[in-house]
Ligand binder design. Structure first.
Ligand code: MG
Length: 478
């Protein structure tokens, strides 16, 4: 009798776990979640993704113990829209932060930010009782009503936009082209003492100019302090490093350490930071009830030369819809829960919103289109990714679409400064599984695949609802 009751009870538990999407793991109903998000790190900048001289032993270990994804994308190829996509689970064209040219990102004189009507991961997790912190770069509006503390985060500490903004030489910047002109003239000769970015705690500026040499170390300390203070309840930490975006800074302990120069030093310091966080979680016995994910906001800023990163074997970088602009390293780690593997299925940062909402038992909003899908079947059961497509936007325009192995470019354009926007009819076609470097164009051989992809585009555009509310929040165009 008691055996039967126990058996029925275990079936009930299994059904509940199934409902939560967390079978075969030891996570509680509200696991801790940590997102480590770098700025402008390329696909080829970690040793576990093939870099020969940047040594990232901690991230390599994270990948060996967890899942290394090789087809993981961001929602846009520059900072602001990419961050909006991660936090809302929605394509930037839907959330008001699409970054239309000429201003593709927010600037220190921007008056607006992520609309209040958007729902962030932090707001979702608050519904399940999480303590929430944003540490690092925000870049979704620095006025009080747009800061992390107005978007579901209990605590904010960090630089509210890019670490190169607020420079004396940028005082007369009127648009993105001016900004680019500033940077494109000898980036290595910029005087790091002229950068005047603030550090904020919640809604107050507490330091200006920020001492960026210690910024990675301080972000790490702030994150661990927050986890320590909240270790008896579920916590969510969104740690968005300002580096390795130019200008580059490393602390005394890391400067000169890497064979890859200052760029490598900054990446190795971020690797140290990830190691500190994983070690703390293990020491506290929390690792088996925590999911840590590491990824980056967009590809390497290639025109920066040695100050910029590398997309490895992927084509081009930041600012473009070639793979190097939007495919990123991505590692998921949760010892005993996430099945160690190399995953070549498709995933995106938008899927974090849906995956973490489902894990915490919080329904995904149904009053809007959410682009994320739940990656739990891949993470916990080793199943195929439920995502089959990827839409590459630049501002309001759809530039490329991936369906399965194939990617069609409807439009191509350089990341910066060159007037070479080209509409392709028929679209350019590449098989990304066979040709990740997008070197062998095959549209003439496969008109039937182009036809299938254009059908997907048609269906996507038919459902593309951009609300008045989102339009209202868009930054006035300069
Ligand atoms: Mg960036």
């Amino acid at each position: 009798m008691s055996y039967k009751i126990a058996f029925c009870f275990s079936l009930l538990l299994a059904a509940c776990a199934q409902h939560q999407g967390i079978t075969q793991n030891k996570l509680s109903k509200t696991p801790n979640i940590v997102i480590l998000f770098t700025d402008d790190l390329g696909y080829g900048d970690l040793s576990v993704y093939g870099h020969p001289t940047i040594h990232t032993a901690n991230l390599d270990r994270m990948a060996a113990e967890g899942q290394k994804w090789t087809n993981f994308y961001v929602g846009a190829s520059v900072c602001t829209p990419s961050r909006a996509a991660l936090l809302t689970g929605r394509l930037p064209i839907r959330n008001g932060m699409e970054g239309a040219p000429p201003n593709r990102v927010l600037f220190p004189d921007s008056q607006r930010g992520l609309p209040q009507s958007e729902v962030t991961i932090a707001e979702q997790l608050k519904k399940a009782g999480y303590a929430t912190a944003c540490v690092g770069k925000w870049h979704l509006g620095h006025k009080e009503e747009y800061l992390p503390t107005s978007h579901g985060f209990d605590y904010y500490y960090g630089i509210p936009y890019s670490n190169d903004m607020d420079n004396v030489a940028l005082a007369n910047i009127k648009n993105y082209q001016d900004y680019w002109d500033f940077w494109s003239s000898a980036p290595e000769r910029k005087d790091i003492n002229t950068f005047n970015v603030p550090i904020m705690r919640n809604t107050e500026v507490i330091e200006r100019p920020a001492d960026q040499h210690t910024i990675t170390k301080r972000y790490t300390e702030e994150s661990i302090r927050f986890m320590k203070e909240n270790k008896n309840k579920p916590f969510f930490v969104y740690l968005a490093y300002n580096l390795p975006h130019v200008p580059l800074f490393a602390s005394k302990e890391f400067e000169g350490k890497s064979k890859r120069g200052l760029y490598g030093d900054t990446v190795e310091e971020i690797d140290w930071s990830a190691g500190q966080i994983m070690d703390w979680l293990k020491a506290e016995g929390l690792a088996e009830n925590t999911i840590v994910v590491f990824t980056s906001d967009n590809g390497p800023w290639l025109p920066m030369g040695l100050e910029g990163g590398s997309a490895g074997l992927l084509r081009d970088g930041k600012g473009t819809t070639w793979e190097g602009g939007m495919r990123e390293p991505c590692i998921f780690w949760s010892p005993g829960n996430i099945k160690p593997a190399i995953i070549s299925g498709i995933g995106t940062t938008m899927d974090l919103f849906t995956t973490f909402s489902q894990l915490a038992g919080v329904p995904v909003p149904t009053d809007r289109i959410v682009d994320g899908v739940d990656l739990s079947p891949v993470l916990f059961k080793g199943q195929e990714s439920p995502r089959q497509d990827m839409f590459y936007y630049r501002g309001m325009e759809l530039y490329a679409v991936r369906v399965g192995s194939y990617k069609a470019h409807l439009i191509t354009e350089s990341g910066y400064s060159q007037p070479d926007k080209t509409v392709h009819n028929p679209p350019l076609l590449y098989n990304l599984d066979e040709d990740p470097s997008e070197q062998y164009e095959i549209s003439a051989k496969h008109p039937e695949i182009i036809e299938q992809i254009m059908q997907v585009v048609k269906e996507h555009k038919a459902k593309l609802v951009v609300g008045e509310d989102q339009l209202k929040y868009r930054e006035p165009r300069k």
